[in-house]
Design a protein around this ligand. Structure first.
Ligand code: ZN
Length: 247
């Protein structure tokens, strides 16, 4: 079974389409979407429509999806995020809003090996930034491989007994994880639509359960078009600038 892992698309249609074009010809059986389909970016309805056309997709919600759909207020968001989510809430069609409001809350068990969540398995809104956070999340995980998003930083944690191993992808090199190594895994495959790890390219992952591998990949996309759309929508200029920086 080969899973395509997408997280934090954030209404970036160019990034999503580049990833789908690159990945969907590599015999993917199922697509896992780890939340934050919308927020920050200029194409919330088109991104949701694209995800809805994918057969065999499992989608959980993120914090931006909740707020944009009106399930929660934006008081916990920073200034730019709040402006963007308010813009998104106004831009959503009734159909998209209903879809986002009905999204499943993580964590969600996918099969015997994999569980997905947006932030952590114990709280969808909590961030995993360091080893301490990772240990706490791994204690709450129900599967050997827990896939998460929310931080927009690609990283893989593995615990085996008291040991903790951390790997980051190196620039221009996909990170390949061999699940045969003992222990439990906590993996963020990166953000499709707004990476924050210094690499502007769209981040995603492929889990191959037969081969026992997780591969963290990056794909270039037409970032200038997304930036132009952000400015044309009068969203905060900083949201356009950060896309090119991967910050
Ligand atoms: Zn996000």
């Amino acid at each position: 079974m080969r899973y395509l892992v997408l997280s934090d698309i954030h209404a970036n249609l160019e990034a999503l389409d580049a990833v789908l074009a690159a990945a969907l010809n590599s015999s993917i059986n199922r697509v896992l979407v780890l939340g934050d389909l919308v927020g920050y970016g200029p194409d919330p309805n088109a991104v949701v429509d694209r995800i809805r056309t994918i057969a065999n997709a499992s989608v959980i919600r993120g914090n931006h999806d909740k707020v944009a759909a009106g399930l929660e207020g934006s008081d916990r968001f920073n200034h730019a995020a709040r402006i963007a989510v308010d813009w998104t809430a106004r831009a959503l069609t009734a159909d998209t809003r209903v879809y986002l409001a009905a999204l499943t809350k993580g964590p969600q068990a996918i099969d015997e090996l994999i569980e997905v969540c947006h932030g952590t398995p114990f709280d969808e809104d909590v961030y995993i930034f360091d080893e301490l956070d990772a240990r706490r999340a791994l204690r709450a995980a129900s599967r050997r491989l827990c896939l998460f998003g929310h931080t927009h930083v690609a990283v893989a944690y593995r615990t085996s007994g008291d040991e903790m191993h951390v790997s980051f992808p190196r620039r221009n090199e996909p990170l390949s994880i061999n699940l045969a190594a003992p222990g439990h895994w906590l993996v963020n495959c990166g953000a499709v639509g707004q990476p924050r790890d210094g690499d502007w390219r769209a981040g995603y992952g492929v889990v191959d359960t037969d081969a026992g591998t997780v591969t963290l990949l990056r794909e270039e996309y037409d970032v200038a078009t997304t930036q132009a759309k952000i400015l044309a929508a009068r969203l905060p200029e900083a949201l356009a600038q950060r896309l090119r920086l991967g910050r």
